[in-house]
Every structure is written in C-alpha cells, then in structure tokens.
Design a protein around this ligand. Structure first.
Ligand code: ASP
Length: 332
C-alpha cells in the first residue's frame, strides 16, 4: 500500500461558484478526491487555510510547504501539492531547490477548469499526479498537467486559457500519460544522499524585463538607488542588451555592493550565451552572471534558496553556474 500526503493550497481546481464568481470553497476538494480512490493507494489530505488563489503565494507559504514535506518525509511514499496554476512553476521550483537530496516524488498539480465544471481537466491532472506520486524511483519535484509530467524547475505556465497550460520548453517531458503511460525513466534524476533542506528566507529579489528605449537606463539607476539582494535582468535573445551607460553603471555598482545580478533571456526557448553576440559582453563585464537556459521561475528559487544559506555573493555567483536539480543545461 502506497501512502501519499496531499497538500491542498488552493487554486481553480477546488473552486466553487460564489455570488462574487469562482472562489476556493473549503472542504470541497477533499470530498471530491474520494472519487479517485483506488486499490493500493491511500492518502491524507491537508487543506490549507485560507485556500489561496496562487497569485497570492509568498514566502510564508513556501516555508510551510517545505517544512511540511520535510517533517512528513519518512511517513509517506510520495507527496502531491495541489496549487493554482498562476504561480505553480514558481512554487515547484522553490520546492525543488529547497528539498535537496529528494528521493521521493513531489508532484504539483492543479487545473484550468474547476472540478465542479463538467469538462474539468482537474480529474485527469489529479489522477496522473497520484500515479506519478506512487513511482518510487521518481526523485524529483514535477508538475503533472494536461497528460504531461514536467520537471518542476523547467516548467512554465505558457497558456492562461488552454488546457495545455504548461510546458518545459528547454527540457523534454518526464512522462506522457496516454492509454499507456510512457515513463521516460532514462531522464529521471537519481538521488544519492539524504534530504537536506535549504529553507528560503526573506530576501529582496527583483526582476526587470528590458524594453527598447529608456527603460534599460531606468533599471540601472534603480539598482543604484535601491540595491536588492539579487536582480534578474531579462535581456534579449541570447543575452544581449544595449550598452546603456546607466544600465551598466547600475549593474557594476550593485555588484560591488554584494547584489547578485543574473542575466536571463526573455525568450521562452534557448539560452543566454555570452559571446555569441558582441552585445552580450558589456553586461557580463559589468558583473552579471549568465543564467544559461534557466527559467525566471527557477532562477528566483535558486537565488532565494542559495542566498538564504548565508553564502557570500561571490559564492552564490559561482553556485549559480552549477546545476542543482536539472534546472539548466550545462554544455560540455
Ligand atoms: N488564479 C488561479 C490560481 O492560480 C488560476 C488557476 O488555478 O488555474 O490560483
């Protein structure tokens, strides 16, 4: 008998009609879950209060999820986290970095239509999530959505309305749920150690997407006036930026003050490749670390968990280039 712990944080999947429109209804989802009962699997559902629209997820919710999985790690064979889709990839990424050495499945899921809707995608997403959470050799935080199993640190919400809400543009799916399940076991990570928690702490991490024109300079001046712990610059293409004096001065000054500046591409697919274009050099020379093909969601989680360990900025800059949980492609 497999024992699963289901942590229900909120999201569309468990919402019901209220006079104000769809809203989370306490007690609804745990009762609906009984319809998925099957031989050989039992679960305990813990419903969070208040249930959240995931646009409101924050540090305290992540700390609670990490702590709850860690505290119950030995008692359960797998974990399912039911979560709204809006920030699902962010939370999956935080869990993946925070739960180092994970050797059990942690499957995050939700839906685009609530279970009360006759055509809800929630039933298949939940059924697939439960199936995945029973795979004892799945040692990863994954997202189960629209018949795909995706590595959490590679996943992104790419559609606000369609059932194919998620994909992992820079990494293949870890399973396809058809009539037969195609488990892509050769892609799964194997855990060797014991669970080590990197609990996220309160930090100031910001992200600025460059826009052509004056915005680059404004971002640089902002970095000087109010220096955060870390800043993600969403640059163009393979990591290019204008050689804007204020942008580069801002990155230099922030770096000198111990802020970790990370360069990621605005493109959904592909990577920052310093040197591919001359326009990628100035930001790198000013101190920005090249983030390769990491998603912004994974980058926030990685910065958060690494900086929360009390590492120096120099140590974090070096650690950013290492692959921790499959979040980036390291070229040979
Ligand atoms: N706004 C909802 C949420 O993220 C959307 C969803 O769950 O699909 O909680």
């Amino acid at each position: 008998m497999k024992r699963l712990l289901i942590l229900y944080t909120g999201g569309t999947i468990g919402m019901g009609q209220t006079p104000q429109g769809l809203a989370p209804l306490p007690g609804l989802l745990p009762q609906q879950l009984t319809r998925l009962a099957r031989d050989g699997v039992s679960w305990e559902v813990r419903e969070y209060a208040p249930l959240l629209d995931s646009s409101a997820i924050g540090l305290a919710d992540w700390q609670r999820l990490v702590a709850e999985i860690a505290a119950n790690y030995a008692q359960f064979d797998g974990f399912v986290v039911i979560h709204g889709t809006d920030t699902m990839a962010y939370s999956a990424s935080v869990l993946a970095f925070a739960l180092q050495g994970l050797a059990k499945p942690v499957v995050v899921t939700g839906s685009q239509l609530p279970l009360i809707h006759p055509r809800s995608d929630g039933w298949s997403n939940l059924a697939d999530a439960i199936e995945a959470a029973c795979q004892e050799d799945l040692h990863e935080v994954v997202i189960s959505f629209n018949r795909l199993l995706l590595r959490g640190v590679r996943a992104r919400k790419l559609d606000a309305a369609g059932f194919a809400g998620f994909d992992s543009p820079n990494a293949p799916a870890l399973a396809q749920f058809g009539i037969d399940v195609q488990w892509q076991r050769h892609l799964w990570r194997r855990s060797t150690g014991t669970l080590r928690v990197m609990l996220p702490a309160a930090l100031d991490i910001r992200c600025g997407m460059l826009l052509p024109g004056a915005m680059a300079g404004a971002f640089g001046r902002w970095l000087v006036q109010d220096t955060p712990d870390a800043a993600i610059v969403l640059s163009y293409g393979s990591g290019n930026t204008p050689a804007d004096a204020d942008l580069l001065a801002g990155v230099r000054a922030a770096t000198a003050q111990g802020c970790v500046v990370l360069n990621l591409t605005q493109c959904v697919r592909g990577a920052v490749a310093v040197g591919a274009y001359a326009a990628s050099q100035p930001l790198a020379q000013a101190g920005a670390v090249a983030g390769g093909d990491m998603t912004p969601e994974a980058a926030q989680a990685k910065l958060l968990c690494l900086l929360s360990q009390g590492l120096s900025a120099a140590e974090v800059r070096a650690a950013l280039l290492r692959d921790y949980c499959g979040e980036m492609t390291i070229s040979a």
